[in-house]
Design a protein around this ligand. Sequence first.
Ligand code: NCD
Length: 300
Amino acid sequence: MNHFLDINQLSREDIFSLFEKANQIQKMSVNQQSLLLQNRSIISIFFEKSTRTRVSFQLAAQRCGANIINLDVDLSSIGKGESTKDTLNVIAAMNPDAIIIRHHDDGFCHIAASWLKNTQIPLINAGDGTNQHPSQTLLDLYTIYRHKPSPKLKVAIIGDILHSRVASSLIDGLSILNYQEIILYGPQSLLPSPRKEFIIAESLRDALDNADVVVMLRVQQERISKDLEINIEYWQDRYGLNNERIKWCKNDAIIMHPGPINRGTEITDEVADGPQSVIFEQVKNGVLMRQTILDYCINF
Ligand code: NCD
């Protein structure tokens, strides 16, 4: 069994072999797919809101023939004062074949994995605080790879990067695969501290200029203090992607967004629904990539 806690646990070779496995799963019939995790039981626990990741893991488990139970945290005994550690140990005592967790604390999944060290139950990180979102990273890397197989690319990541676990794990993932240039742009207060893996752009134009891949991010208002509430027009003007600005990128650039999208703030409707957008393809690839992750964690 394998935990899947952090994109950094994978090497370049591991990532490519997961892509290969995803391609194989995609070619399988519905019946063949349903044998991958036949009679397996998976439990998912989401301490934070989610549409895409939660439903995507559920569908992925079902397509592989597994049963999946989504623990409703609001109806669980956590509301009666049970600690998260006890809750997790209770779930583990029921011996599921995997546990999927999303949590608001940075690094929570690593701690949770240490609580489960005497079990053989794989733990899958569905996003922890501002730290990691490795299943999103794999689906993002796979989507980029399907469009542009060579890593000689300029990848621009724009918006609230500081609070985005999608951005921080994607930067790690792109670095593992040796992408040529990772360039970030956003308000000074929402940028991470400098690291050798990326460049901070001087302007939006500088970030988008000749970019091959653009990843737009929403402002994570729930992680920012209420006094810093953003002004939509201001954000659009400084950091938003529209049909004019998309022309600064390469003609065949792809536009990505992990969702949820705040249309009209970081991205306009024309761009989100335009020919260069791969936003819904990311969602589609998400189910396939999560089937691949469940197979990797449970079957190996
Ligand atoms: C993201 C998340 O929850 O980290 N969404 C997702 O999983 N696709 C991004 C976000 O909340 O902005």
